[in-house]
Write a protein of this length. Structure first.
Length: 220
């Protein structure tokens, strides 16, 4: 577990599940709060975590009532790190907000508020329990990781992908409402973004842990 990955966060009380899932997968996480001095020098990969909504200005829209106040520093830091990781072909694992900022930074847009949002939000504290199914696209990186056509995943988001960035590929959708549930970059060795929270399921679901193990294997 010598190779280190940078894990970006804002809320210290919510970062432990990411750390624990990475450690369980044999990956050495270095947790850093978003700030403008960060770079990927000395790191072998990047993990983008959940958090508040991406600033809609970045995809050409005004903020709607249901959209969070922007965290512009975090948006800028993560955009810079994404650019650096892609340029250096470093593995990237992007989760929830991470998927959204990745898509926006590559030219995609977001739905600012899903209607109705209930299907994609867990209403109790059992974050390790599945909420709905996702359908996985054959021939994708995610399909290779999952070894299955469907997965049961947890969920707690009110925004989602509207238009997919041109260099990204959809690798999973919600079969009921078509919500994009995973993206990947087919021209990089490992860039996987998921809309759910596998870190919360990883310690009870071997399939979700495999996401982190595959990320770790890509560091070699």
């Amino acid at each position: 577990m010598n190779k280190q990955v940078l894990v970006i966060y804002r809320e210290a009380d919510k970062v432990a599940p990411y750390r624990d899932a990475l450690l369980a997968a044999g990956v050495n996480p270095v947790l850093q709060e978003a700030n403008s001095s960060l770079s990927l020098n000395g790191f072998e990969g990047l993990v983008l975590t959940g958090g508040p909504d991406v600033d809609p200005v970045l995809y050409g829209e005004s903020r709607q009532v249901a959209t969070d106040q922007p965290d512009r520093e975090r948006d800028a830091v993560e955009a810079s790190l994404i650019k650096e990781a892609l340029a250096r072909d470093l593995p990237v694992l992007a989760i929830c907000r991470g998927l959204q900022i990745l898509n926006v930074c590559q030219g995609g847009t977001l739905i600012q508020h899903l209607l109705p949002p209930q299907r994609h939000q867990r209403t109790d504290t059992r974050r390790d329990q599945a909420v709905h199914e996702v359908s996985i696209e054959p021939g994708t990186l995610l399909a290779k990781i999952a070894g299955a056509n469907t997965w049961q995943v947890n969920s707690r988001h009110h925004q989602a992908v509207k238009t997919v960035a041109g260099n990204l590929r959809v690798s999973a959708v919600d079969p009921e409402d078509g919500t994009v549930e995973a993206l990947e970059h087919p021209e990089r060795r490992f860039v996987l973004a998921v809309q759910w929270h596998p870190e919360d399921q990883a310690l009870v679901d071997p399939g979700q842990l495999e996401i982190f193990r595959s990320f770790g294997s890509a560091l070699d």
